[in-house]
Design a protein around this ligand. Structure first.
Ligand SMILES: C[S@@+](CC[C@H](N)C(=O)[O-])C[C@H]1O[C@@H](n2cnc3c(N)ncnc32)[C@H](O)[C@@H]1O
Length: 229
């Protein structure tokens, strides 16, 4: 992420979206997608690309990392233990976290594949990765792409990835999807309405949450095998 990004310069504006009527409704639907995928998990948990900490706080994630300082200050005020850094070079020891979450962050990373390699490194064997994403091939992804082209500050640095792109990146990094939930099958609009959250990863949905574990082979976690070889 380039220095001087909109997330740094306009952190208060980004954060204020969560308190608008439309932001509150979308946030609630997205939390209803993510929360069940985290049930039964325990600390330590990390959000990479934590921003101002809205999801971390609502989901009980203790540690948050982001390259941008200004949103981290807001997250810290919400009680998140914050660390400044890039997801592609996580400043954490191997296998230290039970859970890592990424919420609409992979599409902003310079190197999403490298970021996922790092996530895998810091997850303990048997740990979980939970990814919240906007499929670039959904109506919502296309609406955000149009905003990006029109110069919207927050979308300037985004490369909207399709659902298949995300699943391909996860598979290549050695993650296996174990559960998924989708919402926002309604058209993008200023006044979103309540909606059912469905099981599964639906590319027509505007928000998909995916839980993945590290792949097992022959009864052993590949990550453990690699780490001990
Ligand atoms: C759309 S915001 C999402 C923030 C938060 N997860 C949320 O949903 O409110 C994307 C975040 O990714 C962060 N980001 C950009 N590049 C990153 C990278 N290479 N590693 C980690 N985070 C990054 C940005 O600074 C920004 O806070």
């Amino acid at each position: 992420m380039p220095v001087g990004s909109a997330f740094e310069d306009l952190a208060a504006r980004y954060d204020a979206w969560y308190d608008m009527a439309s932001g509150r409704k979308l946030f609630d639907l997205e939390l209803r997608c993510l929360r069940p995928l985290l049930s039964g998990t325990g600390p330590p948990r990390l959000e990479v690309g934590v921003g101002s900490g809205r999801f971390a706080t609502a989901l009980g994630i203790e540690v948050g990392l982001d390259p941008a300082r200004a949103p981290l200050d807001l997250a810290a005020r919400r009680g998140v233990r914050v660390v400044q850094g890039a997801g592609e070079q996580l400043p954490f020891a191997d296998h230290g976290f039970n859970v890592v979450i990424l919420v609409v962050t992979l599409c902003f990373a310079d190197d999403p594949a490298g970021l996922l390699d790092e996530v895998r490194r810091v997850l303990r064997p048997g740990g979980s990765l939970v990814v919240g994403l906007v499929p670039g091939d959904s109506a919502w992804g296309q609406a955000y792409e149009e905003k990006r082209r029109a110069g919207h500050p927050f979308y300037q640095g985004a490369h909207f990835l399709t659902l298949a792109d995300h699943l391909g990146l996860l598979g290549r990094a050695g993650f296996e999807v174990v559960a998924a939930r989708s919402t926002l099958r309604q058209a993008p609009m200023d006044a979103p309405v309540d909606e059912e959250v469905r099981e599964g990863a639906l590319s027509e949905a505007g928000f998909v949450a995916v839980a993945a574990g590290t792949r097992w082979r022959g009864g052993r976690d590949e990550q453990t095998t690699r780490a001990t070889r």
